[in-house]
Write a protein that binds this ligand. Sequence first.
Ligand SMILES: [Fe+2]
Length: 181
Amino acid sequence: MSVLDRLIAAVTPPESAEARYEARKKATEAAMPGDWLDLILQHHMDLEDAFLEVRSAGGATARKIALKQLGVLLTGHAIAEEAVIYPALADEGEKTHATLGYDEQAMVKVQMALLEKLEPMSKDFTDKLEHIEGAVLHHMCAEEGNWFLDLKQTASAEDQVKLTRRYAEEYNRYVGADAPV
Ligand SMILES: [Fe+2]
């Protein structure tokens, strides 16, 4: 296991599915339709589906295509959070959460680059994919159950409107209709 694998394993305590469900329930209750938190929750669910697509792909070609789509969604979501949401966390006095968010997403980017080099149907691939998925699920659980609830409560209504607009702009620049083909 490489140093980065160990780092990723270290930040991946296996929360139960129930704990993740509770975190999502709290975040869903705090979100307003179409606001930044609502958008993020949708993107987190899209990521869960994209991981499933990679895992369940029946052959190397299908798996490579699904991996590419997962990479696009992960990068688009990470860029939008890193450009808009984590700076807001830091601004609201949550620098530790912001720093951890950047660190965890950087590790995921490194691991995704390594994953792309592996033979798609090999055990090494599925092991690393499982690691990355665990790290992402853990990261999303912290965001939904804690970090983002704090931001939802502390940011002003005016700032929340800006967060929604800017998060959507950044995400769509990479993933949405605005993205280059
Ligand atoms: Fe996220």
